[in-house]
Design a protein around this ligand. Structure first.
Ligand code: NAP
Ligand code: MG
Length: 398
């Protein structure tokens, strides 16, 4: 059998712990036998990040700007315990944070829906993709405790020294206050990433804020989305047969619960933080959640939404059998390969991505799965496979 050829490399970002083990197995059993895989390899494993003073993370993000498509394995974000464990020179920053800062993107998280793993919300039939704005609002807020009576104001001092003031509150006793901000350019990037991703995946886009209460702050989000939509996306959405839908956040929450899914839900930073955990847990499993960073310039970085599954890795190191779910990591690869195929006009590569996804889903639906899914499936008598046998079962079907 001749292998599928690639014309342009994908940026490959290797990672840590159990997911690094899965990464190697996925390549060996599911990719290399079928594809003449072209990647530009960056080892983001913590040891190598430390050796390169984290330059490798920066280099991998810069390479993503060059090749436009990347696939990333889960990586350790160091904390004090990790600094000790790996004898690190520094507590390096989160690689995802570093990459996102360089690519300026929005993260889209979507569940992989299979029969037998039923969402808690019974009418959800299709995935709901959450897009979270990852800048500002309460995450970059400044706060004060107000000890007693006094006046709190917002003060804007322009470069020429002129001041604009807005009363927050005349306190008669103690209380609290918070100031927060956002930047038009960041909201514009967020909007463009969302509109582009909706077109890419041919799904409707929902966006919601509390503009009736927050007439300047939230209203600006609403206005920026609408202006960009009208100027650059309205016709493209019509051609694609999809819709941009704006509503109030409380109305959106109610509609999401009653919907059957199949759309992208764009959320402000805080709403996205809260709602993405609700949506992902309601769909069944973090191990079945994919994540893609989409930049407004059209760079894509695919990964699993979960971490490095540390507990399983320590079992693996002790020589014990593990049953770690590789589905989200497989889908990170298929997402990247399909996008590479789309950009390069490589139909064979796109078809391969579809087939690998189908083989993965069919394997689970036939009752063969890892332990995490076996615990929650509605299918009778599932067969629990270990990490490698699950990947081999997919390979057989493929
Ligand atoms: P985690 O790796 O997501 O795992 C938490 C727990 O969820 C696991 O112990 C396991 O439960 C279950 N789980 C997650 N993924 C699974 C899978 N594929 N198959 C089966 N079970 C799965 O989170 P963590 O243990 O809190 O974090 C470990 C490391 O990952 C940390 O160093 C953190 O910095 C990093 N992290 C990286 C990313 C990223 O790179 N995007 C994201 C999040 C966290 P049981 O143990 O009960 O089986
Ligand atoms: Mg959260």
């Amino acid at each position: 059998m001749s292998k599928i050829q690639m014309t342009t490399p994908i940026v490959e970002m290797d990672g840590d712990e159990m997911t690094r083990i899965l990464w190697k197995m996925i390549k060996e059993h599911l990719l290399l036998p079928y594809i003449d895989l072209k990647t530009e390899y960056y080892d983001l494993g913590l040891k190598h990040r430390d050796e390169t003073n984290d330059q490798v993370t920066v280099d991998s993000a810069i390479a993503t700007k060059k090749y436009k498509v990347a696939v990333k394995c889960a990586t350790i974000t160091p904390n004090a315990a990790r600094v000790k464990e790996y004898n690190l020179k520094e507590m390096w920053k989160s690689p995802n944070g570093t990459i996102r800062a360089i690519l300026d993107g929005t993260v889209f998280r979507a569940p992989i829906v299979v029969k037998g793993i039923e969402p808690c919300v019974k009418n959800w039939k299709k995935p709901i993709t959450i897009a979270r704005h990852a800048y500002g609002d309460v995450y970059k807020g400044s706060e004060m405790k107000i000890p007693g009576a006094g006046k709190v104001e917002l003060v804007y001092t322009a470069e020429d020294g002129t001041e604009t003031r807005e009363l927050v509150h005349n306190f008669t006793g103690s209380g609290i206050v918070q100031g927060m901000h956002n930047i038009d350019q960041s909201i514009e990037s967020f909007a463009r990433s969302c509109f582009n991703y909706a077109l890419d995946t041919k799904q409707d886009l929902w966006f919601a804020t509390k503009d009736t209460i927050s007439k300047k702050y939230d209203h600006t989000f609403k206005d920026i989305f609408q202006e960009i939509f009208d100027a650059d996306y309205k016709e493209k959405f019509e051609e694609a047969g999809i819709e941009y839908f704006y509503t109030l956040i409380d109305d959106a929450v109610a509609r999401v619960m009653k919907s059957e899914g199949g759309y992208i839900w764009a959320c402000k930073n805080y709403d996205g933080d809260v709602m993405s955990d609700m949506v992902s847990s309601a769909f069944g499993s973090l191990a079945m959640m994919t994540s893609v960073l989409v930049s407004p310039e059209g760079y894509y970085e695919y990964e699993a939404a979960h971490g490095t599954v540390q507990r399983h890795y320590y079992k693996h190191l002790k020589g014990e059998e593990t049953s770690t779910n590789s589905v989200a990591t497989i889908f990170a690869w298929t997402g990247a390969l399909r996008k590479r195929g789309e950009m390069d006009g490589n139909q064979e590569l796109m078809d391969f991505a579809d087939k690998l996804e189908k083989a993965t889903i069919d394997t689970i639906e036939s009752g063969n799965m890892t332990k995490d899914l076996a615990l929650i499936t509605t299918l009778p008598n599932p067969t629990v496979l270990n990490s490698e046998d699950f990947i081999k079962a997919i390979a057989e079907r493929l």
